[in-house]
Write a protein that binds this ligand. Structure first.
Ligand SMILES: Nc1ncnc2c1ncn2[C@@H]1O[C@H](COP(=O)(O)OP(=O)(O)OP(=O)(O)O)[C@@H](O)[C@H]1O
Ligand SMILES: [Mg+2]
Length: 255
């Protein structure tokens, strides 16, 4: 099962991914987290794990990867960075960090100012995800950068479920509409409302063209903001996360 988590900047993608990962781990499931967000570096902290090395360095580094892509344009169909099927357990130590039943792989980060375009990371992420084997019954959770650029790069292709985090902002509402326009409302796309209260929650539900796609809701919880600010792992599991993981299990997606 591969699940991509997307949404507007700051809506809570990484937070909800980390909570879901730890919830699944507590249920005895195995989780592989793939960090495809090249800008933010904090996902490992939310998971309480060490940061893995950039997978793009395993392929020689961003510059050689970019050169290979440029030399193959416009047809990238014969460019393969990995031999399939990809087995995460066979990656050299350092490119995967582990904590309990959670593994973390990071495609690559922009480490310094002016490091250039993120396209190579998008292409590597897409190839890595599509080549991953479904071994060990792992649940694969994919964190993405803000917005919808990764949809243009096709990161979500070959995944089983898209969980879109929707916060109570007009930008989030517009993003849900834009994605529906781009790819139609995929049957495997669901919304999770985040940072709502009773008023903003009911307004947000009215704004959504497909409220039937809401699979879970989480309120604005100061404890989450506080641990985010302090760079700490969230120790309190909001009960709303149980609800989402239970609903996903009921749909037979993660069981
Ligand atoms: N339910 C919530 N209640 C309170 N604060 C929250 C909640 N969910 C997330 N936050 C806070 O919102 C901020 C953004 O969260 P997070 O980094 O998870 O968003 P993101 O969508 O991954 O952002 P980015 O687009 O930058 O990757 C963080 O400070 C986090 O602690
Ligand atoms: Mg994030």
């Amino acid at each position: 099962m591969k699940m991509v988590i997307c949404g507007k900047g700051g809506c809570g993608k990484s937070t909800i991914l980390a909570l879901l990962a730890r919830q699944y781990a507590a249920e005895g499931k195995k989780i592989l987290v793939i960090d495809t967000d090249e800008s933010n570096t904090g996902l490992h902290r939310l998971l309480g794990m060490d940061a893995p090395d950039d997978l793009i360095d395993f392929l020689g580094g961003k510059k050689p990867v970019t050169e290979k892509i440029m030399n193959s344009l416009p047809d990238l169909s014969s460019l393969h960075f990995f031999s399939h099927p990809i087995c995460v357990n066979k990656l050299p130590a350092g490119y995967v960090t582990k904590k309990g039943s959670i593994k973390l792989v990071s495609i690559g980060k922009i480490h310094s100012f002016g490091e250039g375009c993120a396209c190579p990371m998008g292409i590597v992420a897409k190839q890595f995800l599509s080549g991953l084997t479904d071994q060990d019954d792992e649940i694969v959770l994919v964190d993405t950068e803000a917005g919808i650029e990764h949809f243009g790069r096709g990161i979500e292709e070959g995944t089983d479920l898209i969980l879109m985090i929707v916060d109570p902002s007009y930008e989030s509402v517009l993003l849900t509409r834009k994605i529906s326009e781009m790819s139609g409302i995929r049957p495997d796309m669901y919304y999770m409302l985040n940072k709502i209260d009773s008023d903003t929650g009911s307004r947000l539900r009215c704004h959504l063209l497909h409220p039937e796609k809401i699979i879970g809701e989480m309120g604005f919880l100061p404890v989450i903001t506080r641990s985010g600010l302090d760079g700490e792992v969230l120790d309190d599991y909001p009960p709303e996360i149980f609800q989402v993981s239970r609903r996903l299990s009921a749909m037979d997606i993660t069981s």
